[in-house]
Ligand binder design. Structure first.
Ligand code: FAD
Length: 413
């Protein structure tokens, strides 16, 4: 069997189902111009992904394999690759609208072998008694718990694989019918390096037992650093979800509480599941036709941390400076944009999508729809987070606010 192994959101060699398939292989990564040409040249995520791709290439080389790099549209690249004669392309599931359209087009050119990797459950593995998909998280979570077995955490062992020899060196660009070879540098793609901190999944796992002890009671307080910070590693597949589940099982066996944390992982699954079954919610309200008021000035102020509401401006400042934002802050800022400024949730979603290092269409869109009250869940449109009450409750001594807005230090009680 001759296979293309297409790495996308699984940038690791450990516990990767792609490496468990025996035979002759050509591992590839595509810098997709459908996505990249829309991004600014200083985009932090592209710099991060580029570094991870180069690491993956080295790790594969140490196993006698390699990672061939391409720059262009997946359709153009596959239309050339298939001329080398392959039996199939194997890739892990990716379920947003663009990913599904892309994969459907490629599956018309070559046999497509989907693997289950990114999430705990395949998107069609859970359904109601009447075989329709769940729309509400709590019953989905209950069902997921009853269906979950240790098999969901089973590791994939590497198989015997032989690299198919090709002359793809550097970054191969297909421009219409011309092939060009570019140097393996971020600048070759038109992006500039940026000083983004690389997550280290193993040290984050080492820190997790201490976090799990009080996760349920401390996770909502942004100044405490009481969450795992694993979202970027999970988003880019630097850490296998199964390795995390095995780690959690060991912590549970050692007597640590893990259920509250597991519940959040199921939230991640749930959002991917909802987007898979109800793809139109990526752009449209699921309920209520109110689409917001298009006030560009208010939006500019929100996006530049100039609203005058300290907790909101602190959250946006953290996002702009680091590409990260605590979950409580994401909820407060999203509520403020949709319920106080009455702006379209799609504007807020697009702003987060531009800046979040862990940006994931499913989690981002559905969390924004939740905040706007327009989503699939029962969250009503009239439930509003008061940002000042939220500050008092979750940042009582102003530590989070003054970390990001030090100019307010003298004003804290
Ligand atoms: P932890 O609390 O340690 O949770 C562990 C893991 O569970 C996370 O890494 C994440 O993968 C998952 N998780 C936790 N909370 C949620 C949640 N509410 N929804 C879905 N998954 C969750 N998360 C993203 O990964 N990408 C996004 O683009 C994204 N956009 C969001 C937008 C808004 C408006 C809101 C309110 C939330 C968004 N989230 C998003 C969910 C959540 O804020 C982040 O996953 C979390 O802050 C990541 O920090 P952590 O890894 O320390 O989380």
């Amino acid at each position: 069997m001759r296979r293309i192994l297409w790495f996308r959101r699984d940038l690791r060699i450990e516990d990767n189902p792609l490496l468990s398939l025996e035979g002759e292989v050509l591992p590839i990564f595509i810098f997709d111009t459908h996505i990249l040409t829309k991004l600014p040249s200083h985009d932090r995520r592209v710099a991060l992904i580029f570094t991870l791709v180069m690491r993956l290439k080295k790790a594969l080389q140490s196993r006698g394999l390699d990672l061939k790099l391409f720059w262009g549209t997946p359709e153009a690249i596959f239309s050339h690759l298939i001329l080398l004669g392959f039996d199939e392309v194997a890739a892990s599931g990716d379920y947003d609208a663009y990913a599904r359209k892309r994969d459907t087009e490629i599956s018309r050119m070559i046999e497509f072998h989907y693997l289950q990797d990114t999430y705990i459950f395949a998107p069609d593995a859970i359904h109601k008694e009447d075989a329709t998909p769940y729309r509400v998280f709590t019953p989905f979570y209950k069902k997921a718990k009853t269906l979950y077995t240790p098999d969901h955490a089973k590791s994939f062992s590497p198989a015997e694989q032989k690299l198919i020899q090709t002359d793809y060196e550097g970054i191969t660009l297909y421009d219409k019918d011309r092939m060009r070879k570019l140097a393996c540098r971020l600048e070759s793609l038109g992006f500039t390096p940026s000083s983004v901190e690389l997550p280290d999944p193993q040290s984050l796992l080492e820190a997790l037992p201490a976090i799990l002890k009080e996760y349920e009671t401390r996770r909502d307080f942004p100044a405490l650093g009481a969450t795992s910070h694993l979202s970027v590693a999970l988003r880019l597949g630097m850490l296998s979800i199964r390795e995390l589940l095995r780690f959690l099982a060991r912590q549970e066996a050692a007597g640590l509480p893990t259920q509250a944390f597991f519940r959040q992982l199921i939230f991640r699954d749930f959002y991917a599941y909802v987007l898979y079954h109800f793809p139109h919610v990526e752009k449209e309200n699921y309920k209520y036709p109110f689409n917001g008021i298009e006030d560009k000035e208010a939006y500019e102020k929100f996006c530049s941390a100039q609203t005058g509401v300290p907790i909101v401006d602190a959250g946006i400042t953290q996002l702009l400076q680091t590409g990260r934002m605590h979950n409580r802050l994401r909820m407060i800022c999203a509520s403020f944009l949709t319920k106080d400024l009455l702006l379209p949730w799609q504007w807020g979603e697009a702003f987060f999508a531009r800046h979040l290092l862990d940006f994931d269409t499913a989690s981002n869109v559905l969390s924004w729809q939740w905040s706007a009250g327009t989503g699939i869940d029962p969250q009503p449109y009239f439930r509003i987070f008061n940002p000042y009450a939220q500050s008092k409750k979750f940042d009582p001594d102003g530590r989070y606010i003054t970390r990001w807005l030090p100019q307010l230090k003298e004003l804290t009680p």
